[in-house]
Design a protein around this ligand. Structure first.
Ligand SMILES: C[S@@+](CC[C@H](N)C(=O)[O-])C[C@H]1O[C@@H](n2cnc3c(N)ncnc32)[C@H](O)[C@@H]1O
Length: 296
């Protein structure tokens, strides 16, 4: 267990405990149980569980679930993402801190699209998982027309809890098949944090991911780029002229991802954050008459 702890600010669930905690789950026993289970940030996690549980029984259940290895976010039911709290249900991919870099890039592009067109930018969060990316974009952009989609029913249910209150819509289905046809050629910002772990490396992921996140959220095929290639192939038909597709990859995959963008007529740009250890490829659909640079 190595995931970093969520910040321990009080949750909406946290209210004074109705009954004193029973001796087996005092602060120190929670810490020792978490530590014995291999939690690197046992103290911080204990604080979070203590401030989230409303009863001693709830605390005991949370500690038990964490000790057997569930991701902390699945235990408490939310993840801290881009300064917001996003609901994450069991069985749904936990948004990663590194994806905040992709969000930051999308915010800039969304604002520019809004300024250029004079209307709310059309933003689509494809492969939305919990809907974290779309939901925080809706918060960060002054105006937005937001759509999100995923193939996994559990993810779609979870995304609805995050995206619908933000004014967006969530659809279920395989990539673009899930989207209303009316979005074709209209999307200003298309974010797609697709699964990109090469099949042979899925077994090397931490047990929290391997055992509690669905394989479809992780496995990107032999070189990890199968879903990304499908997205880049179809994206030009869905993007507005001058619209952007943003995907996250590993640093190693970036040159191959760039090839896929170029092959499909998107103008690629590689951006990276050392701090978040994140690589994001941004592909732009050329506007009419704009030259498409050839392969490097
Ligand atoms: C790496 S997770 C990213 C989730 C979310 N965007 C985030 O950043 O937290 C990839 C997501 O892609 C979804 N997915 C995988 N294949 C898909 C497909 N063919 N069509 C739609 N969604 C797909 C998975 O269900 C999973 O929720």
């Amino acid at each position: 267990m190595s995931s970093s702890p969520l910040p321990s600010h009080p949750s909406p669930l946290s209210s004074p405990l109705p009954a004193p905690l029973s001796a087996p789950h005092s602060r120190s026993t929670v810490i020792s149980e978490l530590r014995a289970a291999g939690c690197v940030f046992a103290e911080d996690e204990a604080e979070l569980l203590l401030s989230t549980a409303r009863t001693a029984a709830e605390l005991a259940a949370m500690v038990e679930r964490r000790v057997i290895g569930l991701p902390l976010e699945h235990v408490v039911g939310w993840a801290e993402f881009y300064g917001r709290r996003v609901t994450v249900d069991p069985g749904v991919f936990v948004p990663r801190r590194r994806t905040e870099f992709l969000v930051g890039q999308a915010v800039g592009l969304g604002r520019r699209a809004g300024a250029r067109t004079g209307r709310a930018p059309v933003v689509v969060d494809l492969c939305c998982g919990s809907g974290a990316v779309g939901a925080v974009l809706a918060d960060a952009l002054e105006r937005i027309e937001l759509h999100a989609a995923d193939i996994e029913p559990a993810a779609v249910r979870c995304a609805r809890r995050n995206v619908v209150p933000a004014g967006g819509e969530v659809y279920e289905g395989d990539l673009f098949d899930a989207l209303p046809g009316g979005l074709r050629g209209r999307i200003d910002v298309l974010v797609a944090n697709v699964p990109y772990v090469p099949t042979g490396e899925v077994g090397l992921l931490p047990p929290e991911a391997r055992e509690y996140e669905p394989l479809v959220a992780l496995d990107g095929g032999t070189d990890g780029l199968d879903v990304l290639r499908r997205v880049t192939a179809a994206a030009p038909q869905w993007l507005a002229p001058g619209g952007h597709l943003l995907v996250e990859t590993s640093e190693r995959q970036a040159p191959h991802a760039v090839e896929a963008f170029t092959r499909n007529g998107l103008i690629p740009r590689v951006t990276a954050s050392e701090e978040l250890y994140a690589t994001v490829i941004i592909g732009t659909r050329p506007v009419e008459g704009q030259a498409i640079p050839g392969p490097p």
